[in-house]
Design a protein around this ligand. Structure first.
Ligand code: NAP
Length: 313
């Protein structure tokens, strides 16, 4: 174990790997590999750079008794039991804000792709059907629609701002109403779904929001409704979503996140009106570089005894 006491868990790209090497981190591909390190080595770990969806609970934290910082790569830290970390005086940090634009861009792109049927239209052109004179069927107007944002947080705000530029009537649900440019707050997810045609999910993941998009919410969205999820697979009752899509009780969906990703339910692939993305909301070169910088900046601050930049507990 390096004497810096830093280990980096997960699969990092070359730039991040080089930067982690520079700060003296020992890199291991997975949490299982970290837990398999000899006890004496684990006992010297002060900081973990974490990039994985594998759950970290109290038992895992106890395997690193000198740990003071768990620096997560990503804004969502639902894989980490933060209460267990706090109870053990382990600070947890994440990488908020630097990814807002990319995730919001993707949400808007997915919505356009779903409503204008761009995947099917592309296939129509490539197949030669257009050249043969076959018209592509008319599709659905997006500008001016009524859209709901479920969870008006950092990313939710960015999505709402973009959709407002599409002249949409913006509605939202958050646990309380917020200062907004005349967007309409609803007091429950179902009331929001009832009021809109398009619903974009941007709440945090974790036990408190599990299946917040329930069968009741999907029923309220209705047969003309389109669901977009860029949050976490856990926020949507996936069985109810698949039933609604297959039964024609929902017009379509655009999904970047899933319950059992990357091994998603094969029923999704058979659905024509569903846009599927490989959890790539923040996956641009620029943003991933910024996330890596922020993750390491928290580690450097911790080692110097400075205030952490983006602490969550
Ligand atoms: P954020 O600023 O913390 O906003 C989160 C939203 O979740 C807020 O509206 C907040 O509600 C709500 N929320 C928090 N705790 C809640 C609870 N216990 N019950 C109900 N609602 C709760 O987070 P963010 O940075 O915008 O991230 C939003 C989501 O995007 C997260 O799920 C994150 O994991 C996901 N994400 C996905 C990708 C991707 O690649 N697809 C990339 C980055 C992030 P209030 O408004 O009431 O405070």
């Amino acid at each position: 174990m390096a004497d810096t006491g830093i280990i980096a868990i997960g699969s990092y790209n070359d730039n991040d790997a080089d930067a982690l090497d520079e700060i003296g981190a020992v890199r291991v591909p997975s949490l299982a590999d970290a837990l398999a390190l000899p006890e004496a080595e684990r006992a010297t770990v002060k900081a973990i750079a974490y990039k994985s969806g594998a759950s970290i609970d109290g038992e895992v934290l106890d395997a690193f008794p000198a740990l003071g910082l768990l620096s997560n790569f990503g804004v969502g830290y639902d894989a980490i039991d933060v209460a267990a970390a706090t109870a053990r005086d382990v600070a947890v940090t994440n990488t908020p804000d630097v990814l807002n634009d990319d995730v919001a861009d993707l949400a808007v792109g997915m919505l356009l792709m779903q409503m204008r049927r761009m995947r099917q239209a592309d296939a129509h052109v490539r197949s030669g059907m257009w050249a043969e004179g076959q018209p592509f069927p008319l599709n659905r107007k997006m500008s001016g629609a009524r859209v709901g944002i479920l969870g008006l947080g950092r990313i939710g705000f960015e999505i709402a701002n973009r959709l407002a530029a599409f002249k949409m009537d913006v509605h939202y649900w958050s646990r309380s109403s917020k200062e907004t440019p005349a967007w309409t707050w609803h007091d429950s997810p179902s009331a929001l779904a009832e009021a809109v045609d398009l619903l974009v999910v941007a709440v945090v993941g974790g036990p408190e929001t599990e299946n917040i998009v329930s069968k009741e919410v999907l029923d309220a969205l209705g047969a003309d409704g389109v669901l977009v999820n860029i949050s976490r697979g856990s926020t949507v009752d996936e069985a109810a979503l698949l039933d609604a899509l297959e039964g024609g009780r929902l017009a379509g969906a655009a999904l970047d996140v899933f319950e059992n990703e990357p091994k998603i339910d094969p029923r999704f692939a058979a659905l024509e009106e569903v846009v599927l993305q490989p959890h790539q909301g923040s996956a641009t070169h620029t943003t991933r570089a910024a996330m890596g910088c922020l993750q390491r900046a928290n580690i450097e601050a911790f080692l110097k005894g400075d205030t952490l930049l983006t602490r969550v507990n």
